[in-house]
Write a protein that binds this ligand. Structure first.
Ligand code: PLP
Length: 438
């Protein structure tokens, strides 16, 4: 694809005004202003066309403006926009809660709390596990991203800048090592490691600073998202869950990024057979772009009394109907397409990585894939500057991708993506790499 001249005239003007009037906290590296989208494609205000492999950070999983989702939104918008789930009942909230109870791992004896975002889901989960267990402490992982509100930010341990200057944070949270097997901090090699990172929790942490009888829950992304699309080894969560069960510690799966079909299964924890989280947090892909977040827990755990938690907008009827349409599309066709296209994309990226020694690990599940950009093959030292250059070059050639972790590029197309679109994306990445190598 020919290189675009970005930003265009209209975008330039909007970017100038944005800099004056919109919070400076957002990090937006792409020199474009998006106007509209359809399927895997978006157009900017200057009519430049882009293949979108970022999907609004794994939100527009059914593709931009899927007709079934748009229809559900339009029909509900004609009927009722808002009534507040906090004070009134309406059918779409109950329909969606029932559906989520059915499709999450475990039996359907569950209840659902609705918020508006991933962070709100995580906040609700923090409150619920503390309330239910009457314990104060929480475990979370290094590299984790759970959101930017105070509770969620306190669990987050991804990048220094996300916390710096905002303390004091919520007390009682202890971070533990994520199974970064390809760079194990215990210098052990899977599968001979006997899960040294899990033994550390029991043998060191629980015996020194963090009595297990005070720990309410462990929060985990089954596949770490912002931290770099890290997939823990097989058996990891089975082993971890044994430890948690031994001490009566709840397991909270943050599926905000990896859930709702992104990995080819409805929930990424399903890659670890037999694991039933006590609480599941979802948001992002749940309603294809409409704001909604939810936590799902069994009825025994979610038995907090009236008045303990609520949200004015959470479980908005339009978002609920969009979510129901989204789930139907996932069940009918998209989960299968995600598995097929995910295999196709990861193979293509692995093949590409053979030609460039600065592409390190290529990893992921389904259409949640990342490749790591490194300085050289021997040290495998991350190369964030080169990563950012590649992302920029791809954008100029019409492909939108995002970074994650220290130096990875994530590939998260719409779950409707097809082979031709993937071939084009690979061609653009390849052209970008060639230009940069020169
Ligand atoms: C795993 C995970 N949890 C929580 C969040 C926070 O979601 P939100 O930005 O909707 O608050 C994110 C956002 O990227 C996430 O990836």
């Amino acid at each position: 694809m020919d290189k675009l001249n970005l930003p265009g005239i209209k975008a330039k003007k909007i970017i100038e005004e944005d800099k004056q009037f919109v919070s400076s906290s957002y990090g937006r590296p792409h020199p474009i202003v998006i106007d509209r989208g359809k399927g895997s494609w978006v157009w900017d205000v200057d009519d430049n066309k882009f293949l979108d492999f970022s999907t609004g950070i794994s939100v527009c999983n059914t593709g931009h403006c899927h007709p079934e989702v748009v229809r559900a939104i339009q029909e509900q918008a004609e009927l009722l926009l808002h009534m507040s789930n906090s004070d009134f009942r309406y059918p779409s909230v109950v329909k969606l809660a029932k559906k989520l109870a059915e499709i999450t791992p475990g039996d359907s004896n569950k209840r659902v709390f609705f918020g508006n975002s991933g962070a709100e889901a995580v906040e609700a989960a923090i409150k619920l596990v503390r309330w239910y267990t009457k314990r104060k402490r929480i475990l979370a992982f290094y590299g984790a991203f759970h959101g930017r509100t105070y509770g969620a930010m306190s669990l987050t341990a991804s990048k220094e800048g996300q916390r710096k200057g905002f303390g004091p944070l919520v007390p009682g949270i202890t971070h533990i090592p994520y199974p970064y097997c390809y760079r194990c901090q215990f210098n052990q090699t899977y599968p001979k490691c006997n899960f040294a990172c899990i033994r550390y929790i029991e043998d060191t942490l629980f015996k020194t600073t963090t009595p297990p009888s005070e720990v309410a829950a462990l929060f985990a992304e089954p596949i770490q998202g912002e931290g770099g699309y890290i997939v823990p080894p097989p058996d990891y969560f089975q082993e971890l869950k044994k430890l948690l069960d031994k001490y009566g510690i709840l397991f909270v799966a943050d599926e905000v990024q990896a859930g709702m079909g992104r990995t080819g299964k409805m929930f990424s924890i399903e890659y670890w057979e037999g694991i039933i989280p006590d609480v599941i947090c979802i948001a992002k892909g749940l309603a294809s772009g409409m704001p909604i977040g939810a936590i799902i827990a069994n009825r025994d755990v979610m038995s907090w009394p009236e008045g303990t938690h609520a949200s004015t907008f959470g479980g908005n009827p339009v978002s609920c109907e969009a979510a129901l349409a989204t789930i139907k599309l996932l069940e009918d066709e998209l989960l299968e397409n995600t598995c097929n296209m995910g295999n196709y994309l990861i193979e293509k990226l692995k093949k590409l990585s053979n030609d460039y020694d600065f592409i390190g690990d290529v990893r992921g599940r389904g259409l949640m894939i990342a490749c790591e950009i490194i300085k050289d093959e021997n040290t495998k030292e991350p190369n964030p500057v080169l990563r950012d250059e590649i992302i920029n070059e791809c954008c100029l050639r019409g492909l939108l991708v995002l970074g994650c972790g220290k130096s990875s590029i994530r590939f998260i197309p719409s779950l409707t993506v097809n082979k031709e679109e993937i071939d084009l994306a690979i061609e653009i990445v390849s052209d970008s790499l060639k230009t940069i190598k020169k």
